[in-house]
Structures are given as structure tokens and as C-alpha cells.
Design a protein around this ligand. Structure first.
Ligand code: LAN
Length: 753
């Protein structure tokens, strides 16, 4: 007990793996798996949880053994993440923004993890935990009691207090997607159907029409479980992967996330694979539906969906395509040979993804789906399935409320880059007090730089990545334009600071630049993982219903600005390298930024909420070419927009609904520190002349700082695909510190308190 394997999970986590070499376990006995009730307790002992950081691979370990408990004390960061008392000392009350930065760093430094990075919960979406838990269930992966217990606690804590359901994300209204899948999770982890929480959730689900009214992705998971029949799932034929590359709708042109999800979806849809029937599955068939299960006309519900889940209704084009697939292609034209060829190629692509990511996969949807595919293809004890099971732990996060699923396998490189930049903005990189912390952060980024392109890059449709950084870590290995940029800026800043070594030599810096230069779109803007491979018209094929802007890459002011500022910093130090291309890149990028300005003066944000976030980036881009409030109409209108949204108390407060509706909406809970930081950073970048506005924002940030230097969590900060929110808890440190530090350096003689 307490023994840890390579993935850092205590031996209890993987009893199946440990015993997997024995013959008996190879043909895992169904009765063994389902007859035993899942052990579940009221709660675990939170003082026994530890976060293991294995060179940037994070996993939560539960120490059941008392000796192990003594040998591995709980760290400050563990306690902080778990909401246990950390007893951070009170610090002298800051009288100016720079002292507030020092206090903030004093606290934030303690959250740096052993390998040098910062981590945090990365929850928010409520459809990710179901992907993992259902995949475990159908692949007969035992769930340790402490996971089961804390998953239950998390979902209980996050049930809507009024109707008892769950939404698309933690702040969203109850939906069939959230409720049908999280209800299923609770049943899998051992909660009885007659538990009051379940009774309430079920009643709400039934009021919304039951699981026949779920969106496509939920129907797919329920079909895989055998709780629904495959006829209710709109078609996802793997033979689409056989289309020649020149075909405008070929899947390699889709946004990386949707194509990686479509891949396993298409494989299992084609096989119409279903898990072995169990008592729980039989029971869920009664619990999740309003109608008598045996009499449901599955095919007639392919397009049934509750309006709450229908953020992006399917277009008539897609409905027509689906009709043709269901009524003509599948029954008449789809030969077995075509189906087989499609499945084989889809599986080959899945295997390449597994190899390229060491079975962690791109994110928390495709990963669990791929686990099931490999289970179907290679059997329960194949290496691929075992490795998938091990890597799944890296997507889970333990906090005071319980165990949740993160959006990716962490936020490592991204948050570390911003932490470094916050110190830089305050002009403190040369202060020996912060050297050890910064040194560790630099070493982390050095270790995490991606050194090679993926094998057979073109065959698996991957983008050049050499020299880049991922959002999380290098073994996930998907370089993202802004993640590369922010990490590169941080590395350059530190390596050019006296006292820091050159860990990353020029050749590796040039590799990063070469990769960055591939990200520009014909429009001049930059997207996230790849330049767009098709037009936005592809959105007519968006089948997911719950998300918007999901089918292809778009240009984003956030990503574009990150690349512009990285290139600008780079050319200051290496003016000779690809000079003309960089100059032209920046010029075209900023031109695109201008075209993306909305009539009200703000910019729409796709990864943070919402206009406040993107306007900060856009104004930074303009400032990088010398355009500010006094000489640029674009910058002026951007500032005026932000000023028009400043609240009485000096703060800003945008609601996530702005991302859904495209209109600025105020958050009912009042000013938020993170948003206020974004807004004042924007105003400072643009040299907004009326300092009183900036000072009021800075004062609000300082007033909200706690006596130990920290800031407390407020409303959710991030978003993706317009409708789903995601938490960035470290932003309450990195952006507040950046705002205060910038102010201190830019206006050294101004007082705010
Ligand atoms: C992320 C997280 C990071 C984010 C930024 C770097 C902040 C952004 O500037 C670029 C896009 C990126 C990399 C991004 C893309 C979409 C992700 C991966 C996520 C928001 C985290 C989770 C989300 C992913 C799509 C969740 C799975 C859901 C599906 C719809 C497949």
C-alpha cells in the first residue's frame, strides 16, 4: 500500500493492472466486475491526498498507508488545492502596488510545484468526468473507492441547488447533456437510484424529456454503454476519413479537437459496439428515459433535443446529409468493405495519436473515447488499454469539493509562462529574492520545449511543432500558437536577464520562431493549433449542438497578439533572423486585429471572458507597433469601450453569457479582480491618459488582496467554443500581479492608497 507506480498512482488505483499478467484476469470475468458493488464512502480523509508532480505530469495520490503518510508530508500546494488551512503568515500591509506584488509573489511562490511549474484545477466543463468514468465502466476498469467517493462528492456539490441537475459547465443552467451523463456517473460510482439527490436529478431530467432529448455526444456515450440503442445516434461514418485530401469537407481540415473526437466516435459508431449488459445498465434504461425503454422508437429521436442543449441547432444541410446517410448510404450503399476500410484507417490514426502522446491523447474527450476503441480492438489487457488507464489519472483533479476532470492534463506551460511575465512586468526579475523561483520555472520550460516534430507528421495531419510548447506538457505535445509565444517570451526575458543561464540556445529559439511563423493565416491573424484548413462555412456540419465555432480554426485576437509580441521581442534580440518575414508577419497580423474590432470598440474573446479579455490582447498588439490612445483611432475606441464598462467601484465584471450572445453583459456578482486586471492592463498598454480610471481599478485589486498575499476565487474566467466555460484559477495571481507590476513601473510616482 502506498507504493507508487511510474504514473505516480498508488497501487490501489490499478489493481487490474497489477494482476493483469495472470491468465485469469485476461478474460476479465463480468460477474466479478459487476456483482461486486462499488465501494463508496461518505468522504475521504483530505489530509491523505498528495499531488504528484513527475516532471510536469500531475496525478493525485491517496495514501491509505500510515507509514506512507509520514514519509510524504502534505505540501503547502497540496493543502491549498484541497482547501485545507495553509496558515500562510500575514504580511505587512502594502502601501503601494509594488509591495502588493511582493506579497502576492510571496504567496504564489509557495504554489510552485517541484518540477518548477504552476498547476491548478482546470475544471468547469461538466461533460468531461462522464467521459472518463463511462470509459472506465465499459472497459471494466475498477474505480478505487476514494475516487468513487470524491467523484460523488464533487457531483453532489455541483448539482444545481434548485432543480438538482447539472449543466454544460459549472455556472451554466441545467441541461440534458449535463444531467443525463452526470446522473449516470453517480450510478456507476455506486450511488443508489433512490438517494434523494438522484430522485431530484431524475425528476428534472424527466421534465426536460429524458435522455432521448440529449445532444449527440451524450447519445453516443449512452449507446456505447448500451443504455440507448445506436439508432438514436446521428451517423459518424469513419469512411469520411477515406475522402481524398482535396475534398473540401475532408476531416483533416476540421479543428483539431473535433477531428480527434470524431475519430473514435466514428470507429465505435461503425462497429455499433456496446458494453456487456449489466444490472446497472438495465436499471439505467429505466431511470434515464420517460418512455418505456422497450418501446422507444430510437431512430425517431435522432434529432430530438431539449432547447437548453441546442446552442447551435443543426443546419438543414446537416439534417439532409444525416437523412441521406441513414436512409440511403448506410442501408444501401455502404458495403462491408468500405466500412472496414474506414474503421481500419480511423484506428490507424488513433494509434498514431496514442504513440505521439504516450496514450494521454489531446484532451479529456478524445482520450477516454480512444481508450474504449483500443479496448474493443485489442482487448482489456493490451498495452494500449493499460497505458490509457494509467494516463487517465493525469486528467483528474482533487479539491475541497471532491474529484473532477480537468479540461486538459494540466495548465503547466501556460501558467508558468504568465507567472514569469508577471515578475518581469514588475521589474523584479533581477531581484535575488525571486531568482530560485524563476530559475526553476526556466528549467521547467527548458525541459518542456518540444524538440521534434511528430513522426509521420503529414500522414496524421499534424502541424509543425518543433521548438514549440504545449499548453500543458511536452508529452501531450500539441504546440499552440499562443502557448509557444508566451513560453518563448518568458524564456527570452529570463535568459536576457543578468544572472540567468542560457539553457535554451539560439538554435532552439530559432526552432520556436520557425514554428511560430507557420501560424499566420491568409487574413493575417493567427489561430490556435493550426492555420485554418477550411472556411468557416464548415460550421454547417457542426453536429455537436452544444458548442459553437467548433468545426474549423478561426483567427483570434488573443493568439494573434501573443505571436506578435513574441516576434517583436525576438527581433529586438536577434534582428538578423528572418527579418523581412517577421516584419511582414507583424504588419499583417496587426492589420487583421484592426479588422476584428467590433463596432462598439471592443474585441470578442474566444478563450477568456470575453470582450474584456480579447480587448486587452488587441490593445497590446496595437501598442506593439506604437499605436496608442493618442495616435490611433482603434486604440482610442478600444479604451473608450472599456471605460464605458467600468463600474462605480473601479472594477470590471463581465458575465460568461457575453461569450454566448456576443454582447457585453455584466456579472450580477459585481466586479471581478481578474477582469479588472485585464482591463487596466489594456488601458495601460494603450497609454490611456486619464489615470484616475486606472488607479481606481488598481485600488480595487489591492483592496481585494488578502493579508497573506493571495486573492480569492471569484467567477469563472475562461471559455471555449462560445458556450462552455472553464476555470483558470491561477489568473487571479498572474494577471493581478501583472497589472500591479505594470502600474508600479509605468507610474512610479503615483499613489493609489
Ligand atoms: C484550451 C485550453 C488553452 C487554450 C488557450 C491556450 C488559452 C487558447 O488561447 C488557445 C486554445 C486553447 C489551447 C484551448 C483549446 C480548447 C481546449 C483544449 C481548451 C479550452 C481546454 C479544453 C478545450 C477542449 C476543446 C475541451 C474538450 C472539448 C471538446 C469540445 C472536444
Amino acid at each position: 500500500m502506498g507504493k507508487k507506480d511510474a504514473a505516480g498512482v498508488s497501487s490501489e488505483t490499478q489493481p487490474l493492472l497489477e494482476k493483469s499478467s495472470t491468465k485469469k484476469r485476461l478474460s476479465f470475468d463480468l460477474t466479478d466486475h459487476v456483482a461486486k458493488r462499488q465501494r463508496i464512502e461518505e468522504r475521504t480523509d483530505h489530509t491523505r491526498w498528495r499531488m504528484r508532480d513527475d516532471k510536469g505530469r500531475q496525478s493525485w495520490v491517496y495514501l491509505e498507508d500510515d507509514q506512507a503518510l509520514k514519509d510524504w508530508p502534505q505540501s503547502f500546494a497540496d493543502k491549498y488545492f484541497l482547501g485545507l488551512p495553509v496558515n500562510a503568515p500575514d504580511l505587512p500591509k502594502p502601501t503601494n502596488p509594488l509591495d502588493a506584488v511582493r506579497n502576492g509573489l510571496e504567496f504564489f511562490e509557495k504554489l510552485q510545484l517541484p518540477s518548477g511549474h504552476w498547476g491548478c484545477e482546470y475544471g468547469g466543463p461538466m461533460f468531461l468526468l462522464p467521459c472518463i468514468v463511462i470509459a472506465w465502466y465499459v472497459t471494466k476498469t475498477p474505480i478505487p473507492w476514494y475516487y468513487a467517493t470524491e467523484i460523488k462528492n464533487y457531483l453532489f456539490a455541483r448539482a444545481n441547488p434548485e432543480d438538482g441537475g447539472w449543466g454544460l459547465h459549472i455556472e451554466g443552467e441545467t441541461s440534458v447533456f449535463g444531467t443525463s451523463l452526470n446522473y449516470t456517473v453517480l450510478r456507476i460510482v455506486g450511488v443508489d437510484a433512490d438517494h434523494p439527490v438522484m430522485v431530484k436529478a431524475r425528476a428534472t431530467l424527466h421534465k426536460m424529456g429524458g435522455a432521448t432529448h440529449a445532444p449527440h455526444w451524450a447519445k453516443w456515450w449512452l449507446a456505447v454503454m448500451g443504455v440507448a440503442q445506436w439508432d438514436i445516434v446521428n451517423p459518424t461514418p469513419p469512411e469520411l476519413w477515406l475522402l481524398p485530401d482535396w475534398v473540401p469537407i475532408a476531416p483533416w481540415r476540421w479543428w483539431i479537437h473535433i477531428r480527434q473526437v470524431f475519430l473514435p466516435m466514428s470507429y465505435l459508431w461503425s462497429k455499433r459496439w456496446q458494453a456487456e449488459e449489466t444490472e446497472l445498465i438495465r436499471s439505467l434504461r429505466q431511470e434515464l428515459f420517460v418512455e418505456d425503454w422497450a418501446k422507444i422508437n430510437w431512430a425517431s429521436h435522432r434529432n430530438t433535443i431539449n432547447p437548453r442543449d441546442n446552442y447551435h441547432p443543426k443546419t438543414w444541410v446537416l439534417n439532409t446529409v444525416n437523412w441521406c446517410l441513414v436512409n440511403i448510404w448506410n442501408p444501401v450503399l455502404r458495403t462491408q468493405a468500405i466500412a472496414k476500410k474506414g474503421e481500419e484507417w480511423a484506428m490507424k490514426l488513433i494509434e498514431m495519436e496514442n504513440e505521439n502522446t504516450d496514450h494521454a491523447d489531446l484532451a479529456t474527450v478524445s482520450g477516454p473515447m480512444n481508450t474504449v476503441c483500443l479496448y474493443v480492438k485489442e482487448g482489456p489487457d493490451s498495452y494500449a488499454v493499460r497505458r490509457h488507464r494509467e494516463r487517465a489519472h493525469e486528467f483528474l483533479w482533487m479539491k475541497d469539493e471532491g474529484l473532477l476532470a480537468n479540461g486538459t492534463n494540466g495548465v503547466q506551460c501556460w501558467d508558468t509562462a504568465f507567472a514569469i511575465q508577471a515578475v518581469m512586468d514588475a521589474g523584479l526579475t533581477e531581484d535575488p529574492r525571486w531568482r530560485p523561483m524563476l530559475m526553476k520555472a526556466l528549467e521547467f520550460l527548458d525541459d518542456q520545449q518540444i524538440r521534434e516534430n511528430v513522426k509521420d507528421q503529414d500522414k496524421c495531419y499534424r502541424q509543425q511543432r518543433k521548438g514549440g510548447w504545449a499548453f500543458s506538457n511536452k508529452d501531450q505535445g500539441y504546440a499552440v500558437s499562443d502557448c509557444v509565444s508566451e513560453a518563448l517570451k518568458s524564456v527570452i526575458i529570463l535568459q536576457k536577464t543578468p544572472g540567468f543561464p542560457t539553457l535554451i540556445d539560439d538554435r532552439r529559439i530559432f526552432d520556436a520562431i520557425d514554428t511560430l511563423l507557420t501560424y499566420q493565416n491568409p487574413s493575417g491573424g493567427c489561430s490556435s493549433y493550426e492555420p485554418p484548413r477550411a472556411g468557416t462555412w464548415m460550421e454547417v456540419l457542426n453536429a455537436a449542438e452544444v458548442f459553437g465555432n467548433i468545426m474549423v480554426e478561426y483567427e483570434y485576437p488573443e493568439c494573434t497578439t501573443a505571436v506578435v509580441t513574441a516576434l517583436s521581442l525576438f527581433r529586438k534580440h536577434w534582428p538578423e533572423y528572418r527579418t523581412k518575414e517577421i516584419e511582414r508577419f507583424i504588419e499583417r497580423a496587426v492589420k487583421w486585429i484592426k479588422t476584428a474590432q467590433k463596432p462598439h470598440g471592443g474585441w470578442y474573446g474566444s478563450w477568456g471572458i470575453c470582450f474584456t479579455y480579447a480587448t486587452m490582447f488587441a490593445l497590446e498588439s496595437l501598442a506593439s507597433i506604437g499605436e496608442t490612445y493618442k495616435n490611433s483611432d482603434y486604440a482610442k475606441r478600444g479604451c473608450d469601450f472599456l471605460i464605458s464598462k467600468q463600474r462605480e467601484d473601479g472594477g470590471w465584471s463581465e458575465h460568461y453569457r457575453a461569450c454566448e450572445t456576443g454582447e457585453y453583459i455584466e456579472h450580477p456578482s459585481g466586479s471581478q479582480v481578474v477582469m479588472t486586471a485585464w482591463a487596466v492592463i489594456a488601458l495601460m498598454k494603450a497609454d490611456y491618459p486619464n489615470l484616475e480610471h486606472i488607479k481606481k481599478g488598481i485600488k480595487l485589486i489591492m483592496d481585494r488582496q488578502q493579508s497573506n498575499g493571495e486573492w480569492l476565487q471569484e467567477a469563472i474566467e475562461g471559455v471555449f467554443n462560445k458556450s462552455c466555460m472553464i476555470s483558470y484559477p491561477n489568473y487571479k495571481f498572474t494577471f493581478t500581479l501583472k497589472a500591479l507590476g505594470m502600474f508600479a513601473r509605468k507610474y512610479p510616482n503615483e499613489t493609489v492608497v
